[in-house]
Design a protein around this ligand. Structure first.
Ligand code: ADP
Ligand SMILES: N[C@@H](CCOP(=O)(O)O)C(=O)O
Length: 319
């Protein structure tokens, strides 16, 4: 149960008055999720999601919530934060930052077919283009700097083979980050965690995506690689599935054509995306923070994916 901060309907009686939402009618804790306390909130005006942020503070949240607002205004189906009477998107609740956002319809598709991967690819490309003129800046906080800082902390827990894989992969990625190819990659605000559980469908139609709390400025190709490494694989082996991969890449390419630099960086970026989640899962498993990760995600899944991407070249990006 991922509700770390308890909230009751009574708690909301006064608090909700600052929003143009009418009275709160029902509140239900959401069991899934590993970072924040989430609730489905029914008010006189409709259905919303209330999030209490357990690990992010007031200064860090405007980037995420303003980005969601920016995207929603450009027609990207993402939760739209509701401003209070002063225009604030983040307000305190029980002393922690909290926000109310619109609720998306549908459910996640955890066994995606090519049709679902194509929908995800289209939305991802539309999102990259729509976010391009977003004025706030924040780096991907789970990027290269974080890898360099975090790897030494998890090293003591690793087997010699895994320690070797981690240090050689970080060195490889660090070298790549200094190349002209890397510098030529298109970049901007990216979701950076567009896994299947963060996207909703009604039937085969994508209805939206949420969980922007790992978003930051990074290369668009990194975001594509993160998405592919979750949507287009055999979940047991981590190997890429050709039909789903083609569907996602072709759909993305139809909206935001891949460049020569993207094509040159593709294999490396698939490895970077695998490394990012291998490392965060290792960190969360071995060095858990308080009020987090009741069920840590399995790092070996991304270790398998990383080894596969190092050993086997993926199909090329469409030209
Ligand atoms: N805007 C939304 N609309 C509908 N459901 C949502 C929305 N935001 C969150 N959820 C639900 O809450 C769950 C947990 O949200 P998530 O953002 O993944 O939490 P966490 O950040 O704690 O990992 C999701 O799996 C989804 O079912
Ligand atoms: N997608 C990441 C962890 C982030 O979890 P989320 O529930 O916030 O999407 C992983 O699988 O390691």
């Amino acid at each position: 149960m991922a509700v770390f901060t308890a909230v009751t309907l009574d708690d909301l009686n006064q608090w909700i008055k600052q929003f143009p939402l009418g009275q709160a009618r029902a509140l239900k804790g959401i069991a899934s999720g590993i970072e924040n306390s989430n609730f489905f909130l029914t008010t006189e005006r409709g259905e919303y999601v209330l999030t209490i942020f357990e690990n992010l503070d007031f200064d860090q949240l405007p980037f995420y919530l303003q980005l969601m607002r920016h995207l929603a205004r450009r027609g990207i189906p993402v939760p739209d934060p509701v401003p209070n009477e002063h225009g604030d998107l983040v307000v305190p609740l029980h002393g922690k930052p909290a926000a109310v956002v619109t609720k998306l319809e549908g459910a996640s598709q955890m066994d995606p077919q090519p049709v679902h991967c194509a929908e995800a690819g289209t939305m991802l490309a539309r999102m990259h283009l729509a976010a391009h003129d977003f004025p706030l800046q924040q780096p991907n906080l789970r990027g290269l700097d974080w890898w360099l800082e975090t790897a030494p902390k998890v090293m003591p827990f690793l087997s010699p083979e895994n320690a070797q894989l981690l240090s050689s992969e970080i060195a490889f990625q660090q070298a790549f980050a200094g190349t002209d190819t890397y510098r030529q990659l298109a970049h901007g605000p990216v979701h950076a965690d567009l896994f299947r559980n963060n996207v909703m469908f009604v039937g085969d139609k994508l209805t939206g995506c949420f969980d922007f709390y790992f978003a930051g400025c990074d290369t668009w190709l990194f975001d594509v690689a993160v998405t592919v490494n979750d949507w287009c694989i055999d979940q047991q082996s981590g190997k890429l599935d050709t039909a789903r991969l083609s569907a996602l890449l072709d759909a993305y390419h139809a909206v935001r054509p891949f460049t020569d630099a993207d094509r040159a960086a593709w294999q490396t970026m698939l490895r970077a995306a695998a490394l990012r989640f291998w490392l965060s899962r290792l960190y969360d498993l071995h060095l858990p923070r308080e009020a987090e990760l009741l069920t840590p995600h399995d790092p070996t899944h991304f270790e398998r994916i990383l080894r596969d991407r190092v050993e086997h070249a993926a199909q090329e990006l469409p030209a």
